[in-house]
Design a binder for this molecule. Structure first.
Ligand code: ADP
Length: 612
């Protein structure tokens, strides 16, 4: 379906408003026309040698269609009846009131229409954003390693706005302006069809220019959006890694990078604006040409041939001038639609990315974890033909602590990521209680699993909400209980707002150990039967280390834990240690058993780490 077609689907809930806005457009156009048309009797009364206004005098209308002439005659009669039969003052007063009424109604309709269309426009932007955001959460992790965050943010914010402007272009400009055009043109034709024809001689030329410029703008505006995305990406990367930038003294480098991207954006913007800017002046100049031709011919009609009254000629000029804005608006409408459809394709590209990790057709609920997690001949690769895990066979029984150790890059994180289905194995199967995880309802699967990663993700929210993340209406007592078990209660109470203190973005107001303990409290509160723990490698001070360690031991109590272990204490507590090297299980056993194998990977790693 075309981008526009898809956008129309979002319009559905706002049909009534759209129809109302169209009605308002019609009202606006009629009264706009009337407010111009009324200038004729006004001028007539002013310059008509003291006689009250008489309008609709036989202009050369013989070549116009029958219905047009009829409408014109009716209108003329209506005004005649309304205005004749009084003094000049009375007529003048009547006309003034009519002018006021026409302008008032025109503006009321105009205002209502703009409110309605803005509502629809913003509501659609809101809906598209929500839709894309919801969709993003369904996309697999792999998508986010391929797409830059800034790029995604830019698409959701900027492109959706552009979509919007294209939308207004369609429903506001394309409805209101042609109506105005129709009404003003009607007035012009009714006064003098010849004069109208002359003014339209230049229009084909205008149209041609508009089309050419529109085509260029379409091509170029895609570039603007890409530049914005680049800029947002740089911003996002450096702001979120500000510490690294500072630590490495890379401010200068990052500044230059940003300035380069910013300059690119600036240049692209200017280039597109140069092209887009051409559209208005060239239309206007051509319009001025038409204007000169009209004044020349019309002036002759009034002064020499006397086939037209001066008041009519002025009325004609007014109407003709009013024709310009709609033509100008219409001349840019194509550009806007082109921009919007380019933006639309970028937005819809996100929506078109299929979430490949999703619920099986009839997913099974995992009500409780009963006995085991089993890896059955599991292979995995991020990129084709480059296996990260190969032939993993592993059974983890309920209540066990499995420590996974091995050299960096050996596939430890990947192995644990397969259990909550962040990725699906390329071959083989993972089973929980004998049920393949692929067939289990994702939510019920992930509900059973608690994950504490090295990168302790905290949200810019209160301590309480960070601990109770994902749990609605969790009583504060429970939050406190979890915090106590995670050795976090004391330091939380020392914070100015206690549990209601807001943690800065990414928890910058907390120390590493404190952040870890909040993460641990979160996992304790969630109380999942299965725990995946990626121990932090960074060394904490001894006191902090002891507190974190205690919290981890409490967290693991009574659960089945898979731990990517870096600490000797965790490794020693483990029921089984799995040594993962180059994507294969090199050894398994207890600490004591593995140490006995003098040539084993584990012994080697252990010696390296503890320099024994
Ligand atoms: P470990 O946790 O043992 O350090 P990982 O599971 O993180 O190992 O990584 C195993 C291998 O997979 C590494 O070679 C790493 O470069 C690669 N890898 C990890 N994540 C991705 C990814 N998202 N895309 C491509 N390759 C990846």
């Amino acid at each position: 379906m075309s981008t526009y077609g898809r956008l129309f689907a979002y319009l559905r809930p706002y049909r009534t408003r759209l129809i109302l806005s169209m009605i308002c457009s019609v009202g606006f156009s009629i009264f706009s026309g009337l407010s111009i048309y009324l200038t004729i009797p006004l001028l007539e009364t002013l310059f008509g040698q003291g006689k009250p206004a008489a309008i609709g005098l036989p202009a050369p209308t013989s070549r116009l269609p029958e219905w047009f002439v009829e409408i014109k005659a009716e209108l003329a009669e209506f005004f005649q009846r309304l205005l004749i039969g009084g003094s000049v003052e009375e007529s003048l007063l009547k006309i003034c009131f009519m002018v006021i009424a026409a302008f008032l109604l025109k503006n009321i309709f105009g205002y209502l229409q703009s409110i309605l269309i803005t509502y629809i426009e913003q509501a659609i932007a809101r809906d598209v954003r929500n839709h894309v955001y919801r969709h993003i959460h369904q996309l697999p992790l792999a998508y986010f390693t391929n797409e830059r965050t800034g790029n995604l943010i830019s698409r959701i914010m900027n492109d959706v706005n552009l979509l919007n402007s294209g939308f207004t272009a369609t429903f506001d400009t394309l409805i209101r302006q042609p109506l105005l055009l129709f009404v003003y043109l009607g007035i012009c034709l009714s006064i003098s069809w010849k004069l109208t024809l002359i003014s339209f001689v230049v229009f084909p030329a205008v149209l041609l220019i508009i089309t050419v410029i529109g085509f260029r703008v379409r091509k170029e505006s895609g570039w603007i959006q890409e530049r914005i995305a680049d800029l947002t990406s740089v911003l996002h990367e450096t702001i979120s890694n500000v510490k690294v930038v500072k630590a490495f003294g890379m401010e200068g480098f990052e500044n230059r990078k940003f300035e380069r991207e910013n300059l690119n954006y600036f240049r692209t913007l200017l280039r597109v604006n140069r092209i887009r800017g051409l559209s208005s002046p060239s239309t206007e100049f051509l319009s001025a040409l038409a204007g000169a031709a009209i004044i020349w011919y019309g002036g002759l009609q009034v002064l020499e041939a006397q086939t037209m009254k001066a008041s009519e000629f002025l009325g004609f000029l007014f109407a003709m001038f009013q024709l310009m804005p709609p033509i100008k608006e219409l001349s840019s409408v194509n550009n806007r639609i082109q921009e919007a459809s380019a933006a639309g394709s970028r937005v819809f590209a996100i929506l078109d990315t299929q979430p490949n990790i999703r619920n099986a057709p009839n997913p099974r609920q995992l009500d409780e974890f009963a006995h085991s997690i089993e890896f059955r001949n599991v292979y995995f690769s991020y990129v084709q033909d480059d296996p990260v895990l190969q032939g993993i066979d592993l059974t983890i029984r309920k209540g066990e602590i499995i420590a996974i150790v091995g050299p960096s890059g050996g596939g430890k994180s990947t192995l644990v990521d397969l259990v909550p289905r962040f990725y699906d194995p390329t071959q083989g199967e993972i089973l929980i209680d004998g049920i393949a995880v692929r067939t289990i309802d994702l939510k019920s699967l992930r509900d059973k699993i608690g994950i504490v990663t090295q990168e302790t993700i905290l949200f810019n929210d209160s301590v309480r909400n960070n601990i109770a993340y994902g749990l609605d209406d969790c009583p504060i007592e429970k939050v406190m209980e979890a915090a106590k078990a995670a050795n976090a209660h004391t330091f939380i109470m020392e914070m100015p707002g206690g549990y209601e203190s807001i943690i800065g973005e990414r928890g910058v107001k907390l120390s590493g150990g404190e952040r870890q303990r909040i993460s641990l409290a979160r996992a304790i509160l969630k109380n999942p039967p299965i725990l995946i723990l990626d121990e932090a490698t960074s060394a904490l001070d001894t006191h902090s280390e002891i507190l974190v360690q205690e919290a981890i031991v409490r967290l693991m109590e009574g659960r089945t834990s898979i731990v990517i272990a870096h600490r000797l204490s965790t490794v020693q507590h483990a029921s089984t240690i799995v040594v993962l090297s180059h994507g294969r299980i090199a050894e398994t056993g207890t600490h004591a058993e593995l140490l006995r194998n003098a040539n084993g990977v584990y012994k080697h790693l252990h010696d390296l780490q503890f320099r024994i």
